[in-house]
Ligand binder design. Structure first.
Ligand code: SF4
Length: 155
């Protein structure tokens, strides 16, 4: 099925969750199994609107590695709370490190869960940050370099 690069960026961010299958965007051909995304760049430039929406995708497609590794599925908040080590094990990478469980829980319990912008049930239980300070609603509370755009918790 053909999709736009913006749709590709939305899928990369898990803002769009289509039926599993192969999707052809101008910049990449992707295989989506409902949880994991594998991506084969076509070599065509990424639509600038998609690059703005998902800079990580733009960086990955521009990198020297032309076949991207599967993107780990974003865990649900309940899974992170129940088994932090298990839920974050697939997310460990050289590029972005995972914070200790205590820091994740402090961000969640002392920050987001006390914040009117937090919608924990949204995005199928992965949480949504609706703050006006940032257009991205996806807060990856387990990543070391993540910050609260409203300054309620630090990296
Ligand atoms: S503004 Fe900060 S504390 Fe509030 S939901 Fe977003 S990330 Fe969490």
């Amino acid at each position: 099925m053909s999709i736009t690069d913006v749709r590709l960026a939305q899928l990369h961010l898990r803002l769009w969750s289509p039926e599993p299958g192969e999707y052809h965007a101008p910049a990449a051909v992707v295989t989506w199994n409902g949880h994991l995304l594998t991506c084969q760049p076509t070599g065509a430039p990424l639509d600038p609107a998609a690059a703005v929406l998902c800079p990580a995708l733009a960086r990955a497609l521009a990198g020297p590695t032309r076949t991207l590794p599967p993107t780990p599925a974003e865990p649900m908040i309940t899974a992170l709370v129940a088994d932090y080590a298990g839920a974050t094990a697939p997310l460990q990478s050289e590029a972005r490190s995972v914070v200790p469980e205590e820091r994740f829980l402090a961000r969640l319990n002392d920050g987001c869960r006390r914040c009117g912008s937090w919608k924990e049930a949204d995005r199928d239980g992965r949480g949504r940050c609706d703050t006006v300070f940032c257009a991205c609603t996806r807060r990856l509370l387990w990543l070391a370099d993540e910050v609260c755009p409203a300054g309620k918790w630090a990296a």
